[in-house]
Design a protein around this ligand. Structure first.
Ligand code: GLU
Length: 318
């Protein structure tokens, strides 16, 4: 682990990928992460996960949107692509322990192998784990390898505050992609360790990744964080909310005349949060600070939030 970790306070975090503007579901998850951290005595840190899917200018717009809702963070924003040497140090540590191997499989080969009758769903079946030196040599001429973890377990159990004990598959997942970049599962664990993240609040579409990440953390001597996987925002078809679903980003909502206070009320109603009883009589919280004053983790919804874009006005103000 990097040395700074030991002196920094425990933190919660938000770690968006700068692939475009944040939508209401992302903003709600960020607010949840901020509320959990701030209400439970953690720092709150921000990390731009820019090893993949970067859209020019999106990182700054995301940070501006988060700040405009009143979510503040401690210290500098950590930009993940500046940490590649540290990600590679972690790979070296695993290599030294004999837990890394080169993989030459194409996506198609993996899909075919993974659909074999006894393969765990979506799990890499270990095709390249036992290649001979000669076979590796030969394959290196054809394509650059990815690096995989030689996992010594097939599953791992994490504790999630909403899901309870959750056991998920641990396969020989990719540590370094075949373009040479650190893979998400590696970078997220190393950087959470560096930022002393002790609480991970994120969308429950990532719950299935937690066992792999927690297992990797144990191999690297990094504390396993507390997990809180929160339900996602969905569109009216029950699919994960996306930008094409209508006016769902702050910029789009503002262009339609929806104020920040209305966005906050809408998100507060979805969580749901209790009314804020300050000046102006009881009403749904309209600022991050008001949300924090009424936040109670025990009463938040365990169901997804269905967003009806054409009906945003009535959701927020009705
Ligand atoms: N960067 C990931 C995303 O935006 C989230 C990573 C995480 O929270 O662990 O989907």
């Amino acid at each position: 682990m990097d040395s700074q970790t030991l002196s920094s306070p425990s933190a919660g975090r938000y770690a968006p990928s700068p692939s475009g503007d944040l939508h209401l579901g992302n903003l709600r998850t960020a607010l949840f992460a901020w509320l959990f951290a701030r209400s439970e005595g953690h720092d709150f840190v921000m990390r731009v996960e820019d090893l993949d899917r970067v859209q020019e200018g999106a990182a700054q717009r995301q940070l501006d949107d988060l700040a405009s809702l009143g979510t503040d963070w401690d210290g500098e924003v950590l930009v993940q692509s500046t940490r590649i040497p540290q990600h590679m140090d972690a790979v070296q540590k695993l290599r030294d322990a004999g837990m890394v191997y080169e993989c030459f499989c194409t996506r198609k080969e993996i899909q075919q192998a993974a659909s074999a009758p006894h393969a765990a769903p979506g799990a890499y079946p270990g095709t390249c784990r036992h290649l001979t030196d000669a076979e590796r040599q030969e394959r290196r001429q054809v394509r650059p390898p990815a690096l995989r973890l030689a996992a010594d377990t097939a599953e791992f159990t994490v504790y999630d505050r909403f899901a309870g004990d959750y056991t998920g598959a641990v396969d020989d997942f990719v540590l370094v992609r075949n373009d040479g970049k650190p893979a998400y599962n590696l970078a997220v664990v190393v950087d959470d360790g560096f930022q002393n993240v002790q609480q991970v609040v994120r969308g429950d579409d990532l719950l299935f990744s937690a066992p792999r990440q927690a297992y990797l953390a144990t191999l690297l001597g990094i504390d396993i964080p507390e997990y809180v996987h929160v339900p996602l925002a969905l569109n009216t078809e029950g699919k994960r909310l996306a930008k094409r679903d209508g006016a769902v980003t702050l910029a789009q909502l503002r262009a339609g005349g929806v104020s920040t206070a209305q966005v906050m009320r809408m998100i507060a109603a979805s969580m749901p949060l209790a009314p804020w009883r300050g000046e102006g009589g009881p009403h749904l919280p309209e600022t991050a600070q008001q949300m924090l004053e009424v936040f109670n983790p025990d009463t938040i919804s365990r169901e997804p939030w269905t967003v009806i874009p054409t009906d945003l006005e009535s959701i927020c103000c009705g």
